[in-house]
Design a protein around this ligand. Structure first.
Ligand code: ADP
Ligand code: MG
Length: 204
């Protein structure tokens, strides 16, 4: 990912994230139809479209402020269980990150943001949630893995939620019937990670 991220084109990154979510909204909804209430795609699209609408204002802010504002926007617009969790992630990331982070500083801030999600969700690894992608990505970042590998780690981690039984969130109501489906929040998290990795990889 390069030494520093001073060259982040925040507007381009926001556009790419919103594009990714829009392109996969139907898929996320289908995943949530299988083990939830079928709103994850529309929830995420509503949230990232709202962030996209603010892209110019967000991109004009220092990185910590932009992340906090994007997180606040996601809390207000995504809804469901995932809105407060994604919002918490970005707000916590913004709280801890320097304006021009090195890769190591990004990894450290990411790790604290993942802890904030776990605290907010009262959840942990292995429960078939977004955390099952966030933890492996955190470890890959702390290991200093390159962007392409981090994207692959995220995809593999989302796929690895298929055999898990959900014990948190709406999917936990299904018990054993949640087994055999990918967790929608794990999938959306992997999509976001891949998009960030591809963008920062290209920008570095
Ligand atoms: P809802 O479940 O309220 O309909 P969404 O469909 O938008 O909300 O999001 C569902 C996703 O949120 C799940 O797939 C899971 O990844 C994540 N999730 C739900 N509850 C928790 C939790 N307590 N901790 C971590 N992630 C959670
Ligand atoms: Mg849902």
């Amino acid at each position: 990912m390069g030494e520093t991220m001073t060259a982040i084109d925040l507007k381009r990154l926001i556009e790419a994230l919103a594009e990714t979510i829009a392109a996969h909204a139907d898929e996320l909804t289908a995943l949530d139809q299988a083990i939830g209430d079928g709103d994850h795609g529309t929830n995420m699209k509503r949230g990232f479209d709202a962030v996209l609408a603010d892209a110019d204002a967000l991109a004009a802010k220092p990185l910590p402020d932009a992340l906090k504002a994007a997180g606040t926007k996601l809390v207000m617009t995504v809804g469901g269980a995932s809105g407060p969790l994604f919002g918490t992630f970005f707000m916590a990331l913004g709280k801890d990150i320097p304006p021009h982070p090195t890769a190591a500083e990004l990894a450290a801030a990411f790790a604290r943001a993942v802890d904030a999600v776990a605290a907010r969700g009262k959840s942990e690894a292995g429960q078939k949630t977004m955390l099952d992608v966030l933890y492996p990505v955190r470890d890959a970042l702390l290991d200093g893995k390159p962007a392409a590998e981090i994207a692959a780690v995220a995809d593999a981690a989302a796929a690895a939620t298929v055999p898990l039984k959900a014990t948190r969130g709406r999917a936990s109501f299904l018990g054993d019937r949640s087994i055999g489906h990918m967790d929608p929040g794990a999938r959306s998290t992997a999509l976001l990670v891949r998009t960030v990795a591809e963008n920062l990889g290209a920008q570095a």
